[in-house]
Design a binder for this molecule. Structure first.
Ligand SMILES: NC(=O)N[C@@H](O)C(=O)O
Ligand code: NI
Length: 166
């Protein structure tokens, strides 16, 4: 396993194994609503936020800008629900993800950077690093809340350096 991981641009296709990209679908024709004054794009029919007595929670994260290269030595997952991040205003963030599995497969680790306008819905169980903002600022977060905390964390010794290519 390499100790560096280069960030790639976030696209719906590349991110499909990890979740959904919140953006107007490329080439997708929206459905006219509100008397044709808006176009509606349905992106995800089920946000998976109510399993085992869970309920949808809306939060705001006021994030500091992180420095890159960034050494990653832990991942977390929310096995019972999705987690959505949408920037308020133009601000980029980096996603470090591995497919949902009982343990993270670091050989399948991937890193993406948003274009500043995109958000993401992490699918339930997707291993991810907690929010890594490239540009400081506020992010809307929608996640499953329940009596019991749903957050498994795996840590390892040697950090993997996440690099944003010049
Ligand atoms: N800790 C927290 O609320 N956020 C994390 O789950 C995250 O993915 O940023
Ligand atoms: Ni999380």
């Amino acid at each position: 396993m390499h100790n560096t991981l280069s960030v790639q641009p976030l696209t719906a296709a590349a991110f499909a194994a990890f979740g959904t990209v919140v953006e107007v679908p490329r080439g997708g024709a929206g459905r006219p609503i509100n008397g044709g004054t808006s176009q509606r794009f349905d992106l995800l029919a089920d946000m998976a936020l109510t399993a085992e007595g869970g309920r949808p929670m809306l939060a705001l994260f006021r994030a500091q800008a992180r420095r890159f290269p960034h050494a990653v030595n832990e991942l977390e997952r929310h096995a019972l629900g999705s987690q959505t991040f949408v920037p308020l205003g133009q601000r980029r963030f980096v996603l470090v993800v591995a497919p949902a599995a009982p343990e993270p497969d670091l050989g399948a680790l991937a890193a993406f950077m948003t274009d500043g306008t995109q958000g993401v819905v992490l699918a339930p169980g997707t291993w991810h690093h907690a929010l890594l903002a490239v540009d400081a600022g506020d992010f809307v977060v929608v996640e499953r809340a329940a009596q019991a905390v749903d957050c498994d964390v795996v840590r390892w010794e040697q950090g993997i350096s996440v690099v944003i290519p010049a």
